[in-house]
Design a protein around this ligand. Structure first.
Ligand code: FES
Length: 165
């Protein structure tokens, strides 16, 4: 199971990288990046990144940085964080394994929750009033210093439906 999860994550990262490269070639972002390489514009500074503190199932605090626009699932994958079973559906709103619990302060800043996310969130174990799905949360500078707690257990609704869990 861990191997399958690892392969899925690897595929997700490769697809994301391919999409990014394709987008850069076909948009003005390529020119901007080229100018920054030659000194014309400033590259993304580390101060432009957003700091996130994850609390894993063991209570360990893991501090990482992500780029504005990235989802919390992207951050977990990019930083190779080992949250068992996290993000099983790769952000397609089909599993609820990316369930995260937030402090009240930051929960209010997370933006609107869609009906689709709410439906999937209802199936998560350990649901709280400040729960959201990490694949649906995109980073902004206003989320600097956010704390996201990984719940004790996860529910992958896809496995529950076919009885394979
Ligand atoms: S990764 Fe499956 S719902 Fe978020």
């Amino acid at each position: 199971m861990a191997l399958v999860t690892a392969l899925r994550r690897l595929t997700h990262v490769r697809l994301r990288e391919y999409s990014r490269r394709t987008a850069m070639v076909t948009s003005s972002a390529w020119l901007t990046a080229r100018r920054s390489f030659t000194g014309g514009t400033q590259p993304l500074r580390s101060s432009d990144k957003v700091t996130i503190h994850f609390i894993n199932r063991d209570g360990e605090k893991i501090t990482v940085k992500g780029s504005p626009g990235d989802s919390l699932l992207d951050v977990v994958i990019n930083e190779d964080l080992d949250f068992d079973g996290f993000g099983a559906c790769e952000g397609t709103l089909a599993c609820s394994t990316c369930h995260l619990i937030f402090d009240e302060e930051f929960y209010k800043k997370l933006g609107r929750i869609t009906d689709e996310e709410m439906d999937m969130l209802d199936l998560a174990y350990g649901l709280t009033d400040t729960s959201r799905l990490g694949c649906q949360i995109c980073l902004t500078k206003s989320l600097e210093g956010m704390v996201a707690r990984v719940p004790d257990s996860v529910a992958d609704i896809r496995q529950s439906k076919d009885g394979s869990a």
